[in-house]
Design a protein around this ligand. Structure first.
Ligand code: IVH
Length: 668
């Protein structure tokens, strides 16, 4: 065979094999025998070996994976991967509907879908070819797991037809079917190995395996449910996914358009029963506004889209026996009681422990050691105790009484007024608090220090090498390399990670310090408003609470933290090590006070910017984006299709109505 003939045959085989894959794994309707499929695959493999110039990473032969070790590069998501807000009752779905209608001011179709219980993935296709597959990670950055994803047979490597956008992302859930999971576990059992907990964790673990050949053998599956891109064929989410099915994606047949809430509730009732017949795990229903135009109008909160909500199925409830209660101390000193239970199987997982949250919960349940308790496990939430079977209580059973002293350092516990949790106040001397703070400091969302995780921090602490965050920056290579299971290479990696952390932006440094109630969002707000650590340190309670989104509780915590001399010294030392304690130039660049003090409401759909972009512009220029109209609103920024009632209200209150162009001119 000459080059030209080979190239032609290779092309033909690839198209044919991909088509058979689609028939088998997406449609579940194979048209050739496994044997014939294998013969064609072998022929293709042989030709590709003979003519390596025609190699293609998206060839069907690549689906078997390779033994080469995968190194996952971290990549930033083009669009953040957010999660969904949850609803547990019809009432909460009605509230969702009310919120939606209040913003869009019109009726709308909803799409109901199954909520697949796996691990989410974002796939990018360019010119009809899979170019990248990234895990959710922290929502902003994820791991590039393309090599592993190529082994999942229901994910098309090349798309069918030609009416797909040139570039788009499609997101979905990677799942491990029950039968594959059971088979895997019975093999483990035979080999005397520990068993896997559930299909979801196993799917997630498999996706991150170093060896893609093993991934290929694990028979993962994928359902896609969210397509994002600039030139989507239709305005309907539902309609676009029907198109995506034609392009080769596995789209669940259970998806359905619902015209009103009654149809949504009927869908939920139906699938709460039917889902038990499915080959994969589901833990709820997702309800989405169908029109993408309306979705854009609704936009996102910091955590989730306003145009969708997840209804979670009621969790399975199982009875078991409470053996004892132990107490854990977290990095903030909060003491969490944990119930140790007679192990019991719930929703596919073995449950041995459950969080009891705080002393009130224990008191309300009137818990006694030896009680028969009801345990519930919903999705990824830690199992919880929902009740006690008092009829099974023996008169000799002793009530659970909350401890008075820290179980780790014996300091008497305190409980602040109005707070549910007990705290160990020995912030700088209680081992789990110190270690917890260091772990938080080096974590991905904090300083993101490569090579330093919980185990290494434990080791460093126990060996006396790091008793505070500062000590981390004073570690020597020889000290690290001498540690157990650590070599020169890992030691260098940690040192490099520490060095690199000096470039981490101030808001993450502030978050990493672990001040109570200063999470990622609060840290960002503080940095945006106050710019430097000195300003934050000297800000008074009043100055802090004047900032939007900073309440009294947060303000008090910040002031208290900075009133501690140890913390001031910590900051001075970290400064000396070169960490960033002021806002970055680039961040400062786009900021103005052109809209200082102005409240602006956005309504309708826009031509130049999305609603989210407009919101960011308002905030960057010192304004405030408000959700509902009132006398205090300064402008109504109106796009197309603005609802009549909002317009009327604005006119009545004499609020100036401005167009997108006019708004942008204000910023010039
Ligand atoms: S839509 C912007 N649809 O549930 C949010 N998510 O709790 C887009 N999930 O992170 C997500 N089935 O991993 C959507 N039909 C479905 C889903 C689904 C499962 C997962 C997904 C998401 C999580 C949110």
């Amino acid at each position: 065979m000459n080059q030209e003939e080979a190239q032609k045959r290779i092309q033909q085989l690839r198209t044919e094999l991909e088509e058979h894959n689609y028939n088998y794994y997406v449609l579940a309707k194979p048209v050739i025998s496994d044997f014939d499929f294998d013969m064609k695959l072998k022929e293709l493999e042989k030709l590709e070996t003979e003519f390596p110039q025609f190699a293609d990473s998206n060839s069907p032969t690549q689906r078997v994976g390779s033994d080469l070790s995968n190194d996952f590069e971290q990549v930033e998501h083009k669009y953040s991967m957010l999660s969904l807000s949850n609803a547990y009752s019809e009432g909460e779905i009605r509230d969702f509907d009310t919120r939606v209608k209040k913003i869009i001011e019109t009726n709308c179709d909803y799409v109901c879908e199954l909520k697949f219980d796996g691990t989410s993935i974002s796939l990018t296709y360019e010119n009809g070819e899979l170019i990248r597959a990234v895990t959710r990670g922290d929502g902003v950055r994820g791991d590039d797991v393309t090599a592993n994803v190529r082994t999942i047979k229901s994910i098309p490597l090349k798309l069918r037809g030609d009416n797909y956008p040139d570039l788009f992302e499609i997101r979905g859930e990677i799942v491990m079917p029950f039968n594959v999971f059971d088979e895997l576990n019975s093999e483990l059992e035979k080999a005397g190995e520990p068993l896997l907990a559930n299909p979801r964790n196993t799917a997630a673990g498999t996706l991150k395996m170093k060896n893609s050949k093993v991934v290929a053998s694990r028979k993962l599956d994928a359902y896609l449910y969210y397509i994002i891109g600039k030139d989507l064929p239709e305005d309907g989410h539902y309609e676009n996914l029907q198109k995506a099915r034609e392009w080769g994606f596995k789209i669940s047949d259970a998806m359905q358009i619902c015209k009103n809430l009654d149809e949504v509730f009927a869908y939920i009732r139906k699938w709460d029963v039917e889902r038990h017949k499915l080959p994969v795990a589901t833990d709820g229903i997702v309800i989405k506004v169908n029109s993408i135009n309306l979705q854009e109008n609704l936009g996102f909160t910091a955590k989730s889209p306003r145009w969708a909500i997840a209804y979670k199925f009621k969790a399975e409830n199982v009875a078991t026996v409470l053996k004892s209660v132990s107490y854990q101390v977290g990095r903030t000193g909060a003491v969490t009681p944990v119930a140790n239970l007679e192990p019991v199987q719930i929703a596919g997982t073995m449950v041995k422990r459950a969080s009891l949250h705080n002393a009130d919960i224990i008191a309300n349940l009137d818990l006694h050691i030896g009680d028969t308790v009801f345990v519930e496990k919903g999705g990824e939430i830690i199992p919880k105790i929902t009740g006690v079977d008092a009829t099974k209580r023996h008169p000799m059973f002793q009530p659970v009484t909350f401890i008075n002293e820290c179980p780790e350092c014996k300091t008497p516990l305190i409980r602040k007024e109005g707070e549910a949790a007990h705290y160990c106040p020995n912030e700088d001397g209680c081992p789990p608090q110190i270690k917890g703070k260091m772990e938080h400091f080096v974590s991905r969302k904090g300083m993101d220090i490569d090579g330093l995780g919980q185990e290494t921090i434990d080791l460093l602490y126990n060996e006396g090498l790091a008793k505070t965050i500062i000590d981390l920056y004073e570690l020597k290579k020889e000290q690290l390399a001498a540690l157990e299971r650590m070599g020169e290479k890992s030691a260098q990696r940690i040192l490099d990670g520490l060095e690199a952390s000096k470039q981490v932006p101030f808001e993450r440094v502030l978050f990493a310090l672990g001040i109570r109630f200063v999470g990622e969002t609060v840290a960002k707000t503080l940095v945006k408003k106050l710019h430097t650590i000195e300003n934050i340190q000297t800000a008074t309670l009043e100055q802090l609470t004047e900032i939007d989104e900073i309440g009294e509780k947060i303000a008090e915590s910040v002031v208290e933290w900075f009133s501690n001399e140890t913390h001031i010294q910590l900051i001075e030392k970290l400064k000396a090590h070169g960490l960033r304690f002021k806002i970055g130039e680039e961040q400062l660049a786009g900021q103005t006070d052109k809209l200082n003090g102005l409240s602006i409401i956005i309504s309708g759909t826009f031509e130049i910017h999305s609603r989210d972009e407009l919101k960011k512009l308002i905030e960057k220029n010192g304004g405030k984006n408000v959700g509902s109209i009132s006398k205090k609103t300064n402008y109504l920024l109106a796009g197309k299709n603005i609802g009549p009632s909002k317009l009327e209200k604005a006119k009545k209150l004499n609020i100036p109505i401005i167009s997108e162009e006019e708004f942008l001119r204000m910023l010039e």
